[in-house]
Design a binder for this molecule. Structure first.
Ligand SMILES: [Ca+2]
Length: 181
């Protein structure tokens, strides 16, 4: 019975998160580039989604400038969640998403995904292009390259510390740009 209840509430949360995404995309103007990609304005223009207060802008997490994103995930079963605003994207074009990353402590990892969405803000791919970080005490650049699928009108970034395992991780200097096909 307890399990059933948990499943139902998880489903509700997932549905709520998805409808939130749709509303967000429909109500906001697309920007040309990722806003506040280096967290110099705190978490402005980033949206926590089921984040459980794990994501903060911190001076200690800066790779460049004065601030970076620090994820403190001390939960063995749940992770963080942070979304960028949606930016313009065009079907058939190739995009590179990159960022700098380091692990301060813990064995968990962080997955960064690039969601392509249609004009209604609905994600087009069940498995979006994703980069999974590995443990790295030194700053390291990670990237993923993907071609926007048919029907693409925009794209956004999701930063999620993996549910299993704990980690304290720093991320900074996100970049999302078109690259040659
Ligand atoms: Ca920064």
């Amino acid at each position: 019975m307890k399990t059933l209840k948990m499943t139902a509430s998880l489903r509700f949360l997932r549905a709520a998160a998805l409808s939130g995404l749709v509303m967000l995309a429909a109500s906001s103007t697309y920007s040309q580039t990722i806003l506040n990609p280096g967290f110099e304005e705190g978490l402005s223009d980033w949206i926590p989604r089921m984040d459980r207060n794990m994501s903060t802008a911190s001076a200690e997490a800066a790779h460049s400038g004065s601030f970076g994103l620090r994820i403190v995930d001390q939960d063995e079963k749940q992770g963080s969640g942070l979304l960028s605003l949606t930016t313009d994207a065009e079907a058939g074009k190739k995009y590179e998403l990159s960022f700098w990353y380091r692990t301060t402590s813990g064995e968990g990892s962080v997955q960064v995904s690039l969601f392509f969405v249609n004009q209604d803000g609905k994600p087009l791919q069940k498995k979006p292009p994703t980069v999974l970080t590995d443990k790295s005490p030194e700053w390291k650049r990670f990237s993923v390259v993907a071609v926007a699928p048919e029907g693409t009108s925009g794209m956004f970034i999701q930063i999620h510390s993996v549910n299993a395992g704990t980690v304290v991780a720093d991320l900074d200097d996100f970049e999302l740009k078109e690259v040659a096909n």
